[in-house]
Design a protein around this ligand. Structure first.
Ligand SMILES: [Ca+2]
Ligand SMILES: [Ca+2]
Ligand SMILES: [Ca+2]
Ligand SMILES: [Ca+2]
Length: 335
């Protein structure tokens, strides 16, 4: 809204002048914010007219003063504050989503919060256990310090242009599968009122004017997602040397036993795991020394999981479940 233009137009209507050398003055007590002049601010406007006197010289008269009180616009924004899906695992508790709620209006306002965890279009429903206000303003969740939101009791009160971080804590269902995503929707609604933009609540605005629903409808929301982490695979190799003199010297004729441990972490499973290891130069593979989880494997390509191909051992582990591991060993002789 162009306050200057509006004020000047009103002054012209109120002031009868013949020769109109019209000027307008506008005084605003409070500085304008990004969201507009603070609700309750008086906008005073006085027009003046200057005219020539018959005997020479000029005179100036002033109009009456028009004072308009700025009403309160009710506007809010809600934005997910997580950089992406929050990685979690089945049955995990107190899993955090972060949102930023901003008072986009021009007056102090309290906001009611609603978290919905049953939305469709995703893979599972998280179970929201609490909505927490970052009451110490450090943008981090502090259990026992930050304020647990209670509907109707302690909705965050925000001055114009200010934001607060809201945390959603959820329990993840135990049956959620690897790669699944689950959503929580957080909405914030101005407690003075909401509805179609332009809806007015007389006398409820800051400073005694009206509270008027702004372009956001005085209600906003956003989604945050949990994602069940993909399982990760690690492969750790070690070696033990036994020489022909019952010692551990790395001398020609000594045996090196290599041990490979493949482990899956996270949740779900890692599919089609194939482990291979070339027989090192300067060594000779000890025939049929290959084992998997303590059981012997043949070097032939046959029904078991292991084989020797092109002077490299290869073992097919198939699907490896998170939290499990497989141990492969084979032996070489130092040439
Ligand atoms: Ca208000
Ligand atoms: Ca859902
Ligand atoms: Ca905090
Ligand atoms: Ca085999």
């Amino acid at each position: 809204m162009n306050l200057w233009g509006s004020g000047a137009r009103l002054a012209c209507v109120q002031t009868i002048v013949s020769t109109c050398a019209l000027t307008a003055s506008l005084s605003v007590a409070s500085p304008a914010l990004a969201n507009g002049t603070v609700a309750g601010t008086n906008i005073d406007n006085v027009a003046t007219a200057t005219f020539d006197l018959p005997g020479g010289g000029t005179s100036t008269i002033s109009s009456n003063t028009i004072t308009l009180k700025v009403d309160e616009l009710l506007d809010v924004t809600v934005v997910s504050a997580d950089p992406g899906d929050v990685v979690t695992s089945p049955a995990a508790t107190n899993q955090l989503l972060k949102f930023t709620v901003t008072n986009a209006g021009n007056g102090n306002e309290s906001f009611a919060l609603t978290a919905v965890d049953t939305g469709g279009g995703d893979d599972f429903d998280p179970s929201v256990t609490s909505v927490v206000i970052d009451s110490n303003g450090n943008n981090a969740y502090d259990a026992g310090i930050d304020t647990v939101y209670v509907a109707g009791a302690n909705g965050p009160n925000l001055t114009p242009d200010t934001s607060v971080t809201i945390f959603i804590l959820s329990t993840i269902p135990g049956g959620a599968g690897n790669g699944n995503r689950g959503r929580v929707d957080l909405s914030a609604t101005a407690m003075t009122g909401s509805g179609s933009p332009g809806t007015s609540f007389a006398g409820l605005g800051q400073g005694g004017g009206a509270a008027v629903v702004g372009a956001t409808g005085a209600q906003a929301g956003d989604d945050g997602y949990y994602a069940i982490s993909a399982a990760t695979l690690s492969l750790v190799k070690s070696a033990a040397v036994t020489d022909q003199f019952s010692g551990n010297q790395q001398i020609p004729g000594a045996t090196i036993t290599y041990t490979l441990v493949a482990s899956a972490a996270g949740s779900g499973s890692v599919a089609n795991v194939q482990v291979s290891d070339p027989v090192p130069a300067g060594t000779t593979y000890k025939l049929n020394s290959l084992t998997l989880d303590g059981g012997a494997l043949t070097d032939a390509t046959d029904g078991d999981a292991g084989r020797l191909n092109s002077n490299a051992i290869a073992v097919s582990l198939g699907s490896v479940a998170a939290g499990s591991s497989h141990t492969i060993t084979f032996q070489v002789l130092i040439d």
